[in-house]
Design a protein around this ligand. Structure first.
Ligand SMILES: Cc1cc2nc3c(=O)[nH]c(=O)nc-3n(C[C@H](O)[C@H](O)[C@H](O)COP(=O)(O)OP(=O)(O)OC[C@H]3O[C@@H](n4cnc5c(N)ncnc54)[C@H](O)[C@@H]3O)c2cc1C
Length: 379
């Protein structure tokens, strides 16, 4: 049996960066339901969803926070704030630490902090798994989900005038809305180890194993290694890459935790889909992630802030709103964000993502703040 929750103006599916920020910004005259599969408080080792993410806040992400007047609490930062990334090309004997002004956060704590900003007027369901969506004859949407509390599963459904898909790279809503759209994606695999290396950030290129890159980072007492790999043989590529890096001096040990997820590779204008017919997409579900660097926190913050400004103009009775004009405004106001995301994927980091430029820069020490390898060993 399914519990009927009644009618809402807006249903938000997914409370990651984009969904939580939207929920925090929607005004109280709107009746909003929000569901997310993570636990409300959560712990580093709970069994609910944890986003495998670098948790590095770029300058673009910092600017998105500044725009909203949001300050990061120190509790989400990790001990190591590191200002240079050891850039390594497996097929080349040179490596350089290159300066980057990232803020190093613990991503799960960051997600939970963002969730904590959601005001009480948003009807929030945690540990709730979205199942399906259907359009009703009146043009509203039926939303179906289950929530698990103390090992008890309860099914719910509700109706909503507008739906926001904020459910990340593997978005159900994106696939339901655009079944024909095939945006390429990679599989990210990440393992956590007890820290046995000097604290560092690194970015590793190995064209045999991945068209993207892999990374290592220090977070409190942990050392994290991960990479983005083609779907086929992703596990094999991850294992092989660990072996190769051990020969450069990386120390792994026994993995304490393993995480995996998809990351989209939006490299064409049509990969950025922002919704239709009263269903909106924000964050990575809309394609706002940099296909080269995999950075997406800024796109998630910016797209959700823009959508909140549009939805907040809805009157108390949202049934009278014209979805077409809302979609037009959202598409127009996110056009620059699409341009920036595409531009940055191709242009902003050419020294890292174009092999011959990267090698040239590593070889001649351009941008180098210090050497990253000595006698084929990381330093
Ligand atoms: C390996 C990796 C490393 C990254 N590193 C960085 C980085 O260092 N810096 C950076 O800026 N970006 C990074 N990114 C990108 C960044 O993590 C994403 O772009 C960002 O999290 C997108 O936010 P979002 O809210 O759109 O999606 P998400 O953060 O993925 O949130 C989606 C939410 O939807 C919920 N959800 C999904 N399906 C369901 C369902 N069926 N029912 C209920 N809830 C559901 C999930 O619980 C989740 O909370 C990285 C991405 C990956 C994959």
């Amino acid at each position: 049996m399914s519990v009927d929750l009644g009618e809402y103006d807006i249903a938000i599916i997914g409370l990651g960066v984009a969904g939580s920020n939207l929920a925090a910004l929607l005004q109280s005259h709107l009746k909003v339901i929000a569901i997310d599969k993570k636990d409300a408080q959560g712990h580093c080792n709970d069994e609910y969803f944890h986003k495998p993410c670098g948790g590095l806040l770029s300058e673009g992400g910092q600017k998105a926070f500044a725009k909203q007047g949001l300050n990061l609490p120190h509790t989400i930062l990790v001990k190591e704030q590191i200002f240079a990334i050891n850039t390594i090309d497996w097929h080349y004997p040179y490596a350089s630490y290159i300066q980057k002004a990232y803020i190093n956060m613990e991503r799960h704590r960051f997600d939970l902090w963002l969730k904590s900003l959601i005001p009480p007027h948003i009807h929030t369901f945690h540990k709730a798994y979205f199942k399906r969506i259907e359009q009703t004859s009146s043009g509203d949407y039926g939303i179906y989900f289950t929530q698990s509390v103390d090992s008890q599963n309860t099914s719910y459904h509700c109706r909503a005038r507008f739906v926001v898909g904020a459910d990340g790279a593997k978005s159900h809503i994106r696939r339901w809305l655009y079944p024909q759209l095939k945006t390429p994606s990679l599989v990210c695999i990440q393992e956590w180890f007890k820290e046995s290396n000097p604290p560092m950030l690194s970015c590793i290129f190995d064209k045999e194993l991945t068209p993207s890159y892999s990374w290592s980072m220090s977070k409190d007492e942990y050392f994290i290694f991960g990479g983005a790999y083609p779907h086929q043989q992703c596990q094999r590529a991850f294992t092989l890459q660990k072996q190769r890096l051990q020969s450069l001096g990386f120390v792994f040990g026994q993995p304490l935790k393993r995480e995996a997820c998809l990351v989209l590779q939006p490299t064409r204008w049509r990969d950025f889909v922002r919704g239709k017919n009263g269903v909106f997409l924000i964050g990575e579900a809309a394609g706002f992630v940099n296909a080269s660097t995999l950075e997406g926190i800024s796109g998630a913050m910016n797209s959700s802030r823009i959508l909140s400004e549009i939805l907040n103009t809805l009157q108390v009775n949202a049934t009278s709103a014209n979805p077409t004009s809302l979609h037009r405004t959202y598409a127009k106001r996110t056009r620059l964000l699409v341009c920036k995301t595409l531009f940055r994927a191709y242009v902003r980091y050419p020294f890292m993502f174009v092999p011959f430029l990267r090698r040239f820069i590593l070889r001649f020490g351009i941008l180098r703040v210090r050497c990253g390898l000595k006698n084929k060993h990381i330093i």
